[in-house]
Ligand binder design. Structure first.
Ligand SMILES: Cc1cc2nc3c(=O)[nH]c(=O)nc-3n(C[C@H](O)[C@H](O)[C@H](O)COP(=O)(O)O)c2cc1C
Ligand code: SF4
Length: 348
């Protein structure tokens, strides 16, 4: 029976425990050209010092004109490698495995970085949207593969494709958004063709030990669709599946009344029943008790602890020694880190 402290092997990596830092972007820390800063290096080193098994570094854009905001970290050019390498060195010094989340916002691209937003189909609520041509899709496919190669050069142990939260890969996967009738639409495999081709390209370009993770939107648009998406992704040969939500267009599933976590975690545990690859579940798991329950009952392979690891980087050590954790207080209406990481009331 697994617990928080059980190790796990992915490819030749020995992951020292079952706790993952999910990607959490640090607003205002990168510059307008996508370069990360010393603040990033210190931040991720601090998390690694807490003994976390896998650190997934925040949403990093593969193309300058595909960003969600203008100060998003980038990996569209070789000059980004040097700064990112400082992050991987810092995480490796403390024995964490470190992945980079790579991303394109698609239809939700920030207006300030592109006049026209591109996605699988036009967005009827956005006059500035346009459906990608095959040529345009190929440009994005290559940008993701090149980003993975750069991530490898920067010392990452692997990448996580951002296929959740309503961004480009999730827009393709979701039949409520993707209305294409060509090879990139029509069926689950068509809607996943871009992701599948990216994964194939990464496998051909990076060494066999490079981890390929995928963060999926479980309700895209329904959980039943999500299960089909997860099964299809497993066939592409990804190494780990991180189950989050599908953004605004996703339909929230009903969950059993006695399930002790929220519907996003529930979706992850449902996905676990349908695939053999390791699963990460996430969202408001917060406490070692809830995390342990999920692991000890075989409902997941990994638990991602986001905001509570940011408010207490010693979360795991305190879980082991039964010390009091400084929990996230769930600021309303929104986490204050969206405005500025330094404004978190628990850590400032
Ligand atoms: C400030 C902030 C930034 C986030 N940035 C990202 C991101 O870069 N990529 C991503 O996939 N999810 C992002 N998320 C979602 C988190 O990865 C995670 O799913 C969410 O915080 C729920 O987990 P938690 O309740 O353990 O914090 C972000 C969440 C917050 C609060
Ligand atoms: S700002 Fe508020 S919601 Fe965000 S991590 Fe800090 S305490 Fe939690």
């Amino acid at each position: 029976m697994a617990n928080l402290f059980s190790n796990f092997t992915i490819k030749s990596y020995n992951i020292k425990n079952r706790v993952v830092l999910p990607p959490i972007v640090n607003f205002g820390w990168a510059d307008k050209n996508g370069f990360v800063s010393e603040k990033h290096v210190k931040h991720y080193e601090n998390i690694a010092k807490g003994g976390i098994g896998i650190i997934i570094v925040e949403v990093t854009c593969v193309l300058k004109n595909g960003r969600i905001f203008s100060y998003q970290p980038g990996i569209w050019n070789n000059e980004h490698i040097e700064g990112l390498k400082k992050i991987t060195d810092a995480c490796h010094r403390h024995g964490s495995i470190v992945l980079l989340q790579i991303h394109h916002a698609g239809l939700t691209t920030y207006k300030g970085v592109s006049d026209i937003v591109l996605g699988p189909s036009i967005d009827s609520e956005n006059d500035h949207s346009s459906a990608l041509t095959i040529e345009g899709i190929k440009v994005i496919e290559k940008a993701f593969i090149d980003a993975a190669i750069r991530a490898l050069m920067a010392g990452f142990d692997g990448i996580e494709l951002h296929g959740a939260h309503g961004y480009l890969l999730n827009q393709f996967a979701n039949s409520a958004i993707n209305k294409r009738t060509d090879e990139y639409g029509n069926s689950v495999s068509g809607r996943l063709k871009l992701a599948t081709d990216i994964i194939k390209g990464i496998k051909q370009s990076c060494h066999a030990n490079f981890i390929i993770g995928y963060r999926m939107g479980a309700n895209s648009p329904t959980l039943l669709d999500g299960i089909e998406i997860g099964k299809q992704l497993e066939k592409t040969g990804i190494d780990i599946l991180h189950v989050s939500h599908g953004g605004d267009k996703g339909i929230i599933p009903e969950i059993p009344a006695n399930f002790p976590n929220n519907w996003i975690v529930y979706c992850g545990t449902e996905l676990k029943k349908h695939v053999k690859i390791p699963i990460i579940v996430v969202n408001e798991i917060s406490t070692p008790e809830r995390a342990s329950w999920l692991l000890e009952n075989g409902m997941t392979d990994f638990v991602a602890i986001g905001r509570d690891l940011l408010t207490d980087n010693l979360w795991l050590q305190k879980a082991q020694t039964n010390k009091k954790i400084n929990y996230c207080i769930h600021c309303q209406p929104l986490c204050k880190r969206f405005a500025k990481p330094e404004s978190c009331p628990v850590t400032k």
